[in-house]
Write a protein that binds this ligand. Structure first.
Ligand code: HEC
Length: 548
């Protein structure tokens, strides 16, 4: 139901009883108008309110009249700092407010920023830098541990960048500049010259190696309009900057998340926003720490992929205890990395996982704790050199579907005889990333480089692609809600995308801060679905509540 229809129904009923149409529907704690001398009233500006001493920041977005409104139940009385996000703009002067019980009005004046470079998202840098689309698309290799700002502000020449890229590839993907985590293995033996020179030559043309400032225009994405402004966003800060919330899910009324950089499972109380943590076993001291996938099983346990710790963990939320399933000593190699974990073991007692180090696919027998080891990648032309598996998803019979992160391939592995079958999406080098299987046997996944949502209908064996509304969005994952809308986000635009696959139309909800988004989740228990995601580099959990 659209906001307008909702308002008019509520309004009509209220009018009949109280003779005053909109009071109930529009009750707001804080309202005002966002404007600037240059533009007058401004649409699509994010206004954020952060209460002193709290870990919660609430944001709303101004509409076509420049009007913004925080719902009354989102801001309790207290002292708030007000901030904004709109590329090219900043607050005319710092703003703090004392909110009492009564509703407050406060207009927000903006001025043009003198430091636009500081505000650009990765996608805006990619739109601004000179180069071919293919050269720019290679930059998505550089956004998982830090922003592109670090690269364009540097002054390395081509030789410098060959050395830098060699150093970057020595870090595990769980790294960020405040906590680099070196890999134990260095399996890629290819000559750095061969591997990095071409990109290094390019990188040296977009940074400050030859001029004190960028000799290209800095471009910004247009601000969102209309439905994209109908949203309330709540960010819950976590207690340490080194926490990297990667997979965030709502389960039994709580939010659980995997910490990508540390050996903890995290939890957030949805009502109070209070974070807590469960410490996990470190099986391999000295190896990178961090977890990736998290999924519930039918018995109410949560399963976690423990990555370089070479184990899966089962967490029972009732007893708050972990049971661990490490790989055997012989199978445990320097590069072993169990990332993903599937949840259909109720069918046959088997749980699939993947080893991103060997590129093997493992299947755990939950009763014996033993893993079977398969090597389906060998079937693909070029094998490991030209393919790598990213995500795994079981169908209703626990057959496994795999995304290929180097090409445009999807693979099926049969649960009974391990026979394989491959499919392709139309976009070459789509780099298929995270995905999920729906109840109709449609496998939905994000095309990180292809900039589409891909779908394989496992019954008809046909693939379909749905393009992103903004170039270089580089979606990471996709989920659907009870109305059939698809939801995604990624590491470049700081925008959540809601796409209607029936029409291909998409709404973007801009987020208040640099939010390196990974797995996405939709909670369908709210009247309008609620979207949840982790800010992987921002150490916060983000809740997005569309208003229609
Ligand atoms: C796996 C994580 C990771 C990836 C991927 C990554 N970086 Fe980094 N980067 C880091 C870390 C950690 C630091 C800080 C420590 C350091 O400088 O070595 C850093 C720092 C940098 C710096 C600043 C270094 C300095 O001394 O000024 C540059 C430039 C840089 N990265 C370029 C790149 C480029 C180009 C790419 C993509 C080809 C990339 N990074 C991809 C982890 C990564």
């Amino acid at each position: 139901m659209s906001k307008h229809r909702l308002l008019s129904t509520v309004g009509a009923a209220a009018l009949a009883v109280f003779g005053f149409p909109f009071a109930a529907a529009q009750a707001a704690a804080l309202t005002g108008v966002v404007s600037s001398a240059e533009e007058g009233a401004m649409e699509g500006v994010i206004v954020s309110a952060h209460k002193d001493g709290s870990n919660i920041t609430v944001s709303v977005i101004s509409d076509d009249k420049g009007h913004y409104a925080f719902p009354a139940d989102k801001l309790s009385p207290g002292k708030y700092a007000i901030t904004i996000r709109a590329a090219g703009w900043e607050l005319d002067s710092a703003k703090s407010l004392d909110l009492a019980d009564a509703a407050a009005t406060n207009d927000v004046k903006l001025k043009k920023t003198k430091n636009l470079a500081k505000q650009l998202t990765n996608a805006e840098w990619m739109a601004s830098i000179p180069g071919t689309d293919d050269q720019k698309r290679d930059m998505i290799n550089c956004v998982s541990c830090h922003t592109l700002e670090r690269i364009v502000r540097s002054s390395y020449d081509s030789d410098g960048f060959v050395a830098i890229q060699t150093r970057m590839s020595s870090y595990a993907q769980v790294s960020q500049p405040i906590k680099p985590q070196p890999r134990k293995e260095f399996s890629r033996s290819e000559d750095p010259e061969k591997r990095f020179r071409k990109m290094a030559d390019y990188l040296a043309t977009i940074n400050l190696s030859e001029s004190p400032t960028w000799n290209y225009e800095l471009k910004t994405m247009p601000r969102v309009k209309g439905r994209g402004t109908h949203v309330v966003i709540t960010e819950y800060d976590l207690p340490r900057k080194t926490i990297e919330p990667h997979d965030v899910i709502v389960f039994n009324g709580s939010v659980y998340y995997t910490n990508f950089g540390e050996q903890f499972l995290g939890k957030l109380d949805m009502t109070t926003g209070k974070p807590s943590e469960y410490e996990m076993k470190v099986f391999k001291p000295g190896w990178p720490t961090g977890n990736l996938d998290i999924n519930p099983d039918k018995d109410g346990n949560l399963w976690v992929g423990m990555m370089y710790q070479a184990a899966l963990a089962k967490f029972d939320p009732k007893t708050e205890q972990f049971t661990y399933f490490p790989v055997s000593a012989e199978r445990n190699k320097d590069d072993t990395q169990l990332n993903m974990v599937t949840l259909h073991q109720d069918l046959d007692g088997k749980i699939w996982t993947n080893d991103a180090g060997s590129q093997g696919i493992l299947r755990l027998d939950v009763n014996t704790g033993k893993y079977e080891d398969l090597n389906p990648i060998a079937v693909l032309p070029g094998g490991k050199a030209q393919h790598s598996f990213y995500d795994i998803a079981p169908d209703a019979s626990n057959n496994l579907f795999l995304t290929d992160f180097q090409s445009n391939t999807i693979m099926r592995v049969d649960a009974k005889d391990f026979s394989t079958k491959t499919y392709q999406v139309a976009t070459p080098v789509a780099r298929n990333r995270r995905g999920h299987m729906d109840a109709q046997g449609r496998f939905w996944f994000a095309e990180f480089r292809g900039n589409n949502i891909g779908m394989l209908d496992t019954t008809t064996e046909k693939t379909t692609e749905f393009p992103m509304p903004t170039k270089f969005t580089s979606p990471y994952d996709v989920v659907w809600d009870k109305n059939g809308d698809l939801w995604t986000g990624g590491m470049t635009t700081d925008r959540v995308v809601r796409l209607d696959p029936k029409t291909g139309a998409a709404v973007e909800y801009p987020l208040p801060r640099d939010t390196n988004m990974r797995r996405v989740f939709v909670d369908n228990s709210t009247p309008i679905p609620t979207f949840w995601v982790g800010s992987n580099h921002g150490a916060s959990i983000v809740k997005v509540e569309p208003q229609d």
